[in-house]
Write a protein that binds this ligand. Sequence first.
Ligand code: SF4
Length: 213
Amino acid sequence: MKREDRAGILIEELKALYPKAECRLKYEGVPEKLVVATILSAQTTDAAVNKITPALWERYPTILDLSLADRPHVEKILKTIGLFRNKTGFIIKAAGFMAENGVPDTIRELVKIPGVGRKTANVIMGEVFGKPSITVDTHVKRLSSRLGLSDNISPDKIELDLKKIIPEDQQTMFSHRLVAHGRQICTARKPLCKVCSLKHICSYRKQKGSPAR
Ligand code: SF4
């Protein structure tokens, strides 16, 4: 089956399975806060980020406040999440950038924000600006391979592969839905293939001969 055809089937099946999939990071509708939350979410669950951001925004209500923050104070708030020291540096610098320049609406400009790579930039493009975006996080990377949508390993190349076969108006929701399926069914260590609605089209299952769970 051609990849485009496979993608077309998956778009419809995932839409039926996860009609309301969405970005799980909380940001109170403030784009700058979503940038900060997304930087914090690297190698950390969204739930862990959502637990600490209320304290961060209570202590530093505006992005300008955060840009002027004392590093040790911010580290104390972030200490329960992975890489908190590096992330502290990035979010203070990112806040400084955004206090001066706002949140740009192109990937090319977004990646100039300290700590922002293509993944974060795509989250912002889709969530804040409603533009087509494919966010390749760990779930999208894993499922793109298992479902036969990309042979690449690099997130940037996977993003390009998906953009070729997913229509623009479906891209943002398609990546949200892949994340939802990755969290609930197609987990990294023990994918629940027996109960998975996508098993009829899944390359991984055929290669592995129907994993036990
Ligand atoms: S059949 Fe298994 S590997 Fe394939 S998408 Fe479903 S859970 Fe993932």
